[in-house]
Write a protein that binds this ligand. Structure first.
Ligand code: AMP
Length: 419
């Protein structure tokens, strides 16, 4: 009828082979359970206000990248597709008031209206973990160690770096922002975007890609030089504990992360093999997020998010070396004519009850084309039932590797296949 076929939405992906994807998620689950994290799931739909308050209205995510939902004209119900999971997790915490410290993980799709490129999508998937209700900086050391072990031990990755910075308390940060603003007042030639950032979201100047700005900012004051004594101690402690646990990191004074809620520890795991979008995990501490969301009480907290698509890029070249789950042997049942379909259903039902993976070809194709299909499907055995087998109450069992075949009594089939 000449109409164009409908293709996927820009910046989204269809996954047809989920082997690696599921491997990552399963490994992650096994790993974080060892650290006594519990799984939660939160909705994809949230109030826009949740992110305005938490991430900050001047961040790219909130000002440019939100997928807003028309909630049927209900004025006070401005909804969006969640761009991240930390604020939603804190919302759940405040609504449900679970026991402290609350250590949870979740995974699912996130949505950001970004310009798609390698490793950057508009719908992507994150694994998230958050610890709510702990102010100890050792908790930060343990979370980072947990992630490093996951990438290195579980996923066998080597080609990555852990970048670390310390933003201090909110008071330190305010002081530092003044110092930074004074520094910027004294330099000439920063780009227009950085001029704007200076007014609205000053830390983001460090994300600027312009070589001129980067050069100018090389002499910028650093956060760790403007910490209070207490923060300085924590920053030292964090570095010492990571060293004690043999976690390799590099201090990056330019690492500020895009979202407003961070204080103290911020970190990113990056890999040069990813190209421009080189971070595959990021996180940090956000001790006042609960307050930003309206809580009178303060709940110190920290967390991290892993980008699954970027891990997939890193793991694809290692696929053959990973302990991916081996599929169970596949049995393909082939009724030779429609007359044998009902018998095939009965046999398949018995095989399924015995936990044997069985596919049944019910569309009346020729034996030759069914065999070809079974081959492509990677079948271990073809189970053929024709008129003759129906009469004799047997199944013709063909080993797809060797080509050997044998008539087996229907009643003995499961034992025969299991041996
Ligand atoms: P963020 O929530 O921005 O700290 O991101 C955490 C992680 O999610 C990043 O390190 C990336 O691995 C991943 N990520 C963020 N945005 C995207 C995107 N648009 N496409 C794919 N992955 C993303």
């Amino acid at each position: 009828m000449g109409t164009k076929t409908i293709v996927r939405v820009k910046g989204t992906q269809d996954f047809l082979d989920l082997t690696l994807f599921s491997f990552i998620v399963r490994q992650f689950e096994q790993h974080v359970l060892l650290y006594h994290f519990e799984e939660i799931e939160t909705p994809i739909l949230e109030h826009v206000e949740l992110f305005r308050r938490s991430l900050g209205i001047y961040t790219d995510v909130v000002s440019k990248e939100m997928f807003l939902i028309d909630a049927h004209g209900e004025q006070d119900e401005q909804l969006c597709l969640r761009p991240e999971a930390t604020a939603p997790t804190m919302r759940v915490f405040l609504e449900q008031q679970p026991l402290l410290p609350w250590k949870v993980y979740s995974y699912g799709p996130m949505f950001r209206y970004e310009r798609p490129q390698k490793g950057r999508y508009r719908q992507f998937h994150q694994l998230n973990m958050e610890v709510v209700g702990s102010s100890s900086i050792s908790q930060d050391s343990q979370l980072i160690t947990m992630l490093d072990r996951f990438f290195h031990e579980n996923l066998t990755l080597n080609n990555y770096a852990l970048q670390l910075n310390f933003l201090g308390s909110y008071a330190d940060r305010e002081n530092y922002l003044k110092v930074l603003r004074a520094f910027l007042d004294g330099v000439n030639g920063i780009c227009k975007t950085c001029q704007e950032r200076k007014e609205k979201n000053i830390l983001r100047i460090f994300d600027c890609k312009s070589p001129t700005c980067q050069e100018l900012f090389e002499d910028a004051p650093t956060m760790v030089d403007h910490l209070s004594d207490e923060s300085k101690k924590e920053w030292e402690q964090l570095q010492q504990e990571l060293s004690l646990l043999s976690v390799t990191f590099s201090y990056n004074p330019r690492l500020v992360r895009g979202l407003d809620y961070y204080n103290k520890t911020v970190f990113e795991f990056t890999s040069d093999s990813l190209g421009a979008q080189n971070a595959f995990c990021g996180g940090g501490r956000y001790d006042q997020l609960a307050n930003q969301l309206g809580s009178k009480q303060t709940y110190p907290a920290l967390g991290a998010a892993i980008g699954i698509e970027r891990l997939l890029l890193l793991l694809e070249p290692l696929r053959d070396t990973l302990a991916l789950p081996q599929p169970k042997p596949l049995y393909v049942l082939m009724p030779l004519s429609e007359e044998q379909n009902s018998l095939a259903l009965l046999i398949a039902d018995a095989l399924h009850a015995a936990n044997l993976v069985t596919d049944t070809l019910l569309d009346g194709d020729s034996l030759k084309s069914m065999m070809r299909r079974a081959n492509k499907m990677g079948a271990a055995y073809a189970l053929i039932v024709g008129d003759q087998e129906q009469q004799a109450k047997t199944v013709l069992v063909k080993n797809m590797m060797t080509g050997d075949q044998e008539q087996v009594a229907q009643i003995d089939l499961i034992n025969y296949l299991r041996r």
